[in-house]
Design a binder for this molecule. Sequence first.
Ligand code: SAH
Ligand code: SF4
Length: 355
Amino acid sequence: MSVKKEVLLDYTKEELQSMIAPSFRAKQIWQWVYHKYVDNFKDMKNLPKEMQESLSNRYIINPLEIILTQKSIDGSIKYLFRLHDGHSIEAVLLLMKEKEYHEDGSIKHHERYTVCLSSQVGCKVGCAFCLTAKGGFVRDLSVAEIVAQLFMIKKENNIDANRRVNIVYMGMGEPLDNLQNVAKAINIFSDPDGFAISANRQTISTSGLSTKIEKLGKLDLGVNLAISLHAVDDALREKLMPINKAYNINSIMEAVKKFPINSRKRVMFEYLMIKDINDDLGAAKKLVKLLSGIKSKVNLIYFNPYEETDFQRPEPSSMIAFQEYLVAKGVLCTIRESKGLDISAACGQLREQNI
Ligand code: SAH
Ligand code: SF4
C-alpha cells in the first residue's frame, strides 16, 4: 500500500521549520522552490543526499500538472491544470501596460504581470452571466493548489524572482467561500523569503458574502478588496446573482464600510455591463449615490460572451457614457480591457475542461 504524501506547497515557512530538522534546511528548501522554481528535491544541491531521499519519500512539492497552454494575441496566457483527482482548473497570466506619471510631466510605460488565480473547482454562487457557474460546484482548492498555480506560471515563463507580479483572485470560484485556504495562500505568497508579493499587491474579488467580508477584514491581512456589484437595486441583482437574496446590497455596503483598507487604496467595485440590462444612465446615477462616503473606484467590465448565453456585450458608446457620468460626479472609474478574449481567458470565461 502506498502512503499518501504530504504536499510541500501547503505549508508556510514557519510550519516547515517546525516539520523539518534541522530547521535551517526549511529556508533553503523554501528558496529553491520560490526563487528557482525547483520542484524536485534531487535538484536541491545544498541538501545532503539522504535528506533529499527522505524528503522525496515524505513530500511531493507541486500538485499540479499542465494539461493545456493557450496564448492570446494580446500576450495573455491561459493555463489549464489537472488536479490529483482528475478535475481541472484554469489560471491566466496577463500582461498589463502601466503608465507612471512623473512630476516633470514625463510618462513612463512599463509592463506588469498580473496573475488571475482560481480558488475552487466550479462555484456555488451561480451567477446567471458566469460560465464557471454552469458547471456547478465541485470542491474547494487546497492551499497548495492555489499556491502552485502561480508557482507553475512563474516557472513556465521563467519570471525573474525579483520581477513585480500582482495577484487577483478572479479565476474560478468564490474566494471568500474558501477563505481559510485563500488567506493562508495570501500569507505564503507574501513571505519575504518566498515570492515576496505583499498582500497589498493581492486582490480578492467577491460576489459579496457580507459576513465573510467582515471576517476577512478582521484577519487584517492587508489585502485589497473588489466587490462584484453589477446591479444597483436588489431586484435586478437577485436575478443576476441569486446570492443577493442572502446578502443584499445594503449588507455589502455596511461590510465594506468596516473593511480596513490601506490609506492609499480604495475598494474596487466591479460593474459588469450587460446590454439593455444594466447599462443605462439611471443605473449610473444610483451607483453614484450608493458609493457616496466610500473610498471607492469603479471598474466597468464588458460582458464577455460564450456560446450558451443570451446576454450581450454592451455598445462601447454606453460604456463610455456610463464612465463619463461617474467621472463627472467625482467617482473614479476605469473600463477594464478584456484580455485573452480570443482564448476564452477573459473574466467569467473560465471553466473546467475535459481533455
Ligand atoms: N467569484 C468572484 C471572483 C471570480 S469572477 C467574483 O464573482 O467576484 C471574477 C469577475 O468576473 C467577477 O467580477 C465576475 O462577476 C466577472 N464575470 C463573470 N462572468 C463574466 C462574463 N461573462 N463577462 C465578464 N465578466 C464576468
Ligand atoms: Fe462564482 Fe464569481 Fe462566477 Fe458568480 S461570477 S458564479 S461568484 S465565479
